[in-house]
Design a protein around this ligand. Structure first.
Ligand SMILES: *[C@@H]1O[C@H](CO)[C@@H](O)[C@H](O)[C@H]1NC(C)=O
Ligand SMILES: *[C@@H]1O[C@H](CO)[C@@H](O)[C@H](O)[C@H]1NC(C)=O
Ligand SMILES: *[C@@H]1O[C@H](CO)[C@@H](O)[C@H](O)[C@H]1NC(C)=O
Ligand SMILES: *[C@@H]1O[C@H](CO)[C@@H](O)[C@H](O)[C@H]1NC(C)=O
Length: 389
């Protein structure tokens, strides 16, 4: 008994420390948990109060539903670099998508340092906007549910994001980001609902997370480096995608990306690298895909450097993005199409250093195949379908 008590004290000591921090309860600033009253001002007031101090502070959101319009949490007028937002409730976006549909992000943090979000559910209420988009009407682009711009030392733990209008979670210009136990959920046919988008950011770790959505589970844009994604489920969704890259001539490269121990179920892609067929000085290098399980995935392993919808805007039809040193290790399961491995590289800058080691992908009762163009590299161990490198 004593031992359990001591262990639990040890285990919960971090919470006790948190509890001892000054706590700013959003209800004390006027937030109502009825899901109908606009709580935007109350949340921003709690943020302002926490920002006026320098000791580690907690903003607390009790159970219940809190309606928020677009909220901008500015770090540039914040003196506090240790703010924890502990959420026991659900933050709800306005049901009229026009209220936030044209402003980029619903909940936006900018130039913030040391923000941690623990728990909570974000309900983006995207259903009506997707219906508008799917019927081809003139619809707003939609808002990303949770966005961090130019922010450092961000930690997100045990957050749930439901039905975002556009992306669920976005990092742009950020450094040192940890996400764990994050759950993202939207239907497979919800347009542009990328789970986590990483752009121009470094040292981003995503662990123990589950993403089910209508677009990429994780999308990795230009200038991303030192990414680590581990213990991860994706599906439905479009898989993990590095790209699309290479739209711009001058573009920062992607380097040092590890994706390990992940399962893809019924997704459009497993692990993909995708570039526009346009001139660019971008690159992708030092990528490891390891211990992956594919369950009925359309393109389990794919490099597509000839992306150019409608054959427009690609004057030379060759991607300038150089792809090198990409390793695929211990990847097995089932492909939903016969071509389980596809390396469609640039005719102007061929892929180099593609390595396959221990790949076994099957396709129903027919042999799966691999297809290569302009791809150089090597294969080791069991490689099925046999390597075309
Ligand atoms: C931050 O500290 C400065 C200097 O003490 C002060 O003038 C400013 O009002 C503080 N900012 C906030 C948001 O409280
Ligand atoms: C993220 O996790 C790594 C490794 O677990 C740790 O070194 C780093 O300090 C963490 N970053 C934050 C912002 O908590
Ligand atoms: C690659 O990224 C990981 C974090 O994901 C980091 O620990 C490691 O030091 C990086 N390697 C290089 C060579 O920068
Ligand atoms: C590849 O996977 C299939 C289906 O799971 C299995 O029957 C086969 O033995 C595996 N091949 C190798 C060489 O491991």
């Amino acid at each position: 008994m004593m031992r359990i008590l001591i262990l639990s004290l040890f285990y919960y000591s971090s919470r006790l420390v948190l509890a001892a921090n000054p706590t700013y309860n959003v209800q004390s600033y006027g937030a109502k948990s009825d899901g109908k009253s606009d709580c935007t001002k109350a949340f921003l007031s709690a943020w302002g109060a926490a920002c006026a101090t320098t000791a580690p502070a907690t903003i607390y959101v009790p159970p219940g539903r809190y309606l928020l319009r677009n909220a901008y949490f500015s770090g540039s007028v914040c003196n506090n670099t240790a703010i924890t937002i502990r959420i026991d409730g659900t933050l709800v976006a306005p049901s009229d998508y026009n209220a936030i549909g044209n402003i980029g992000s619903w909940l936006k943090f900018e130039r913030a340092t040391g923000v941690s979000i623990y728990g909570g559910t974000l309900d983006g209420q995207g259903t009506k906007l997707w219906a508008c988009k799917n019927s081809g009407n003139n619809c707003p682009k939609g808002a990303t549910s949770l966005a961090f711009y130019n922010s450092n030392n961000i930690r997100i733990n045990s957050l749930v994001s439901l039905n975002s209008q556009m992306f669920h979670i976005l990092f742009d210009g950020c450094r040192n980001v940890n996400l764990s136990n994050v759950r993202v959920s939207a239907p497979g046919n919800s347009p542009n609902t990328d789970g986590i988008h990483i752009h121009q950011s470094s040292d981003v770790t995503i662990t123990n997370s589950h993403i089910a959505t209508g677009d990429d589970c994780v999308s990795i844009g230009p200038g991303a480096s030192n990414l680590w994604i581990e213990n991860f489920d994706c599906g439905p969704g479009h898989g993990i995608s590095i790209g699309s890259l290479g739209w711009d001539m001058n573009e920062a490269g992607v380097k040092n990306v590890t994706v390990k121990t992940a399962t893809f179920t019924g997704t459009e892609n497993g692990v993909r690298v995708k570039t526009w067929a346009r001139p660019s000085n971008g690159f992708v290098t030092n990528v490891v895909f390891q211990h992956l399980v594919m369950v009925n995935v359309q393109n389990p392993v794919i490099i597509d450097q000839n992306y150019c919808p409608d054959h427009q805007a690609c004057p030379h039809q060759g991607s300038g993005v150089k792809i090198s040193n990409v390793r695929y290790e211990d990847i097995h399961g089932t492909s939903a199409t016969q071509v389980a491995v596809k390396f469609d590289c640039s005719q102007t800058r061929p892929c180099s250093g593609i390595r396959l080691d221990g790949v076994n992908l099957t396709f129903r009762d027919k042999p799966a195949t691999a297809s290569c163009s302009n791809a150089g590299g090597s294969a080791d161990g069991v490689v099925n379908p046999s390597s075309c490198l």
